[in-house]
Design a protein around this ligand. Structure first.
Ligand SMILES: Nc1ncnc2c1ncn2[C@@H]1O[C@H](COP(=O)(O)OP(=O)(O)OP(=O)(O)O)[C@@H](O)[C@H]1O
Length: 296
């Protein structure tokens, strides 16, 4: 019999995940899995649960929660030679990765998808030895996203991020950032550097419209110091999927990038607080197989 581990974060999004446990168990049992269920209680649990499932030879690991739970779950796959397939039931606030993969955003439909025999290989990012699945951001705008509280997320959903972002955009602060890739180098006072693996960042599905989950590239945006007027035009470019062409944005793709600063600058990785700069980014092409609907 095949084995599956369901990792459930009861606090994700609007705190609805536990209500889907029985349905998920039933779908997996009908698909021939013996399913174990583990509930996270705090930071690092999803990583530990996933790691022990890998070591026990699990065929499928399912993340039931938001992007943060998914981020912790995939970090349990680090260094493993035989990887289980990854199932995703998006129950977070934004669910960027599920959007990028065109997975069903309706939890019941996503649970039915777990029985699908189809998978799609996806790239995984590496930042200072940690894995990420969606995006790394550095700078004051990234810090403002980390200021969103779980209470705000439960109450306001994705609007909680918009609220903090708009507050920061009204008077953005910049830090001196140095970006290096291959033989190239950029230095700029910047409120934001982004490296995205997928097109969906913070719920904006048009931020990096060229990014594919399996293209083997980091899609990088360096935003230079902006006046309020230019901030507004950059906001519009973001909405219309044209950010990379904005005159104050440097866009490039790379397989490896480093970001340093002479100032203390924090990062945000997959929507969660990350380490301070310096960071080194790279990726593992098509490393994880994600269960997708039959039509994908
Ligand atoms: N039982 C728990 N109570 C509180 N926090 C938890 C619990 N289990 C895990 N966590 C923490 O929840 C965070 C992940 O939340 P997740 O991203 O899944 O939901 P979200 O923040 O609502 O969604 P999104 O990332 O889309 O904004 C991680 O920091 C994790 O350590």
């Amino acid at each position: 019999m095949k084995s599956a581990l369901l990792i459930i974060n009861p606090s994700s999004g609007r705190e609805e995940a536990l209500g889907y446990v029985h349905q998920a168990e039933r779908v997996l049992r009908d698909a021939g899995y013996e399913a174990e269920i583990k509930q996270t209680g705090g930071v690092g649990d999803a990583t530990r649960f996933c790691l022990s499932a890998c070591e026990a030879g699990a065929d499928l690991v399912v993340s039931i929660g938001g992007d943060g739970t998914l981020h912790e779950t995939i970090n349990g796959l680090r260094g493993q030679s035989r990887l289980p397939r990854l199932g995703i039931v998006p129950l977070g606030t934004v669910n960027d990765f599920a959007r990028a993969l065109h997975l069903p955003l309706d939890p019941s439909e996503a649970i039915r998808t777990l029985a699908s025999p189809h998978t799609r290989p996806v790239d995984v990012g590496v930042m200072n030895g940690q894995l990420f699945i969606n995006v790394v951001a550095a700078g004051t705008l990234a810090e403002s996203l980390s200021a969103v509280t779980p209470g705000d997320k439960s109450r306001m959903g994705a609007f909680a991020y918009v609220k903090e972002g708009v507050k920061e955009l009204a008077s953005p602060t910049s830090h001196p950032l140095i970006i290096r890739t291959g033989g190239r180098e950029w230095t700029a006072d910047s409120p934001l550097f982004l490296a995205a693996l997928t097109n969906s960042v913070g719920g904006f599905e048009r931020l990096a419209p060229d990014a594919e989950v399996d293209d083997g590239l980091l899609h990088c945006f360096l935003v230079r110091d902006l006046s309020l007027l230019r901030t507004l035009t950059a906001g519009l470019s973001l909405l219309f999927g044209n950010l990379k062409n904005h005159p104050d944005v440097t866009y490039f793709t790379a397989k490896e990038v480093s970001v340093t600063s002479s100032a203390p600058v924090r990062t945000n990785v997959d929507g969660e607080d990350g380490p301070p700069l310096p960071i080194s980014l790279s990726l593992l092409p098509r490393r994880i197989s994600v269960v997708v609907p039959a039509s994908d």
